[in-house]
Design a protein around this ligand. Sequence first.
Ligand SMILES: [Zn+2]
Length: 395
Amino acid sequence: MLRTHKVRCYPNATMQLTLKQACDYRRYCYNQALATWNDMYDESVILEDKHLRPNERKVRDELVANKADWQFSRSARILQLAVHDVAQAWKNFFNPKMPDHAKPRFKSRKHSHQVFKTDRATIVAGKLRLDKPLDYQGPWYGIRLAETPRWEGTIRLATIVEEADGYYVSLSIEVEQPKPLPASERVCGVDANIGKYVYNDGDTMTSLPVLTAKLISLYDRISLYQRQLARKRRANPGHFLSKHYRATKTKLRRAYQKVTRIQNDLLQKLTTMLVRSNGTIAIEDLDAKHMKMNKRLAKNLHRSLFGRFKVLMQDKATWYGRTLVLVDRFFPSTQQCSHCGVVKTGVDKLTLAGNQYHHTKHHEFHCYGCGIRLDRDQNAVLNLIQYAQGQAMSS
Ligand SMILES: [Zn+2]
């Protein structure tokens, strides 16, 4: 099983230059591969010959055969992995299960992350050693890491990325499955909402805010910096890479970095806590929830981290040997009464604004079957728990 650990790294001046070049080279290879792919495809359409369609191997062979001299002083793995990523991007684009995946695009230096990948990195004497290219002249150093990787095993992939305050490496390490946690009978339901996650800790309901005051102030600052940058671009088109522009841009990147860190911390702690203390966890198929909501809410939805939550839960449940129940997208967790099972229909339905016909508010759940009055999120959590218990019975 693959586990990933992201570690801060401190390259020396020589290696900093090498990393910068490697990022540029990766982008160059990606763009070359995409252009070659497109050309091959166009050719196959014009000649009406399906055998001419591009694939990973054909594009790679084409690029390798046409390598310029300078390319031999760069890592060959970067080219291979860039071609692989182009092929994967096309595959994802045509995958009906990934409707949000955009068409592969050319990467520009200005708008894309400074990143590259290699699958030949090793750790020698506590330092990260990248694969030295064939024709590379000059000294080659190991890169100091801020901490030793959390997992022991073979490094399958190292992704090096430049962030606002320096370089980081994500190490994907092949690890054997550890002992799963002791079995637990506890069942938990998680209702992911805009701005908060509601779940049960045994019999008590807990609510975890994901849009904290700190995050909201950071978002405000981000939009301020973005306005400032836009104004600078308008005032000084052509060469807006002035000192002030770059300073503001750095502030913007720092603010984004802080947001990511706070969110990561929140999500990692929540998901670990959930799998540690429960045997079965029921979550909604959040993609479906995503789609039901309108565009105006899309931003705050994105900020509520639905996508990452689901991925982390799936990952951790497999890792710790827990049962994750993905609740069916047509299951009416909001409309059903957890007490008597009556499902609201027609004018009784609960919307995000509450119910206008019965004059109830957003957070109120009033059952017109048995008369029970519950909190909307609590009711949803109880429904999820019952769904998970029903699944366990039928299997
Ligand atoms: Zn009821």
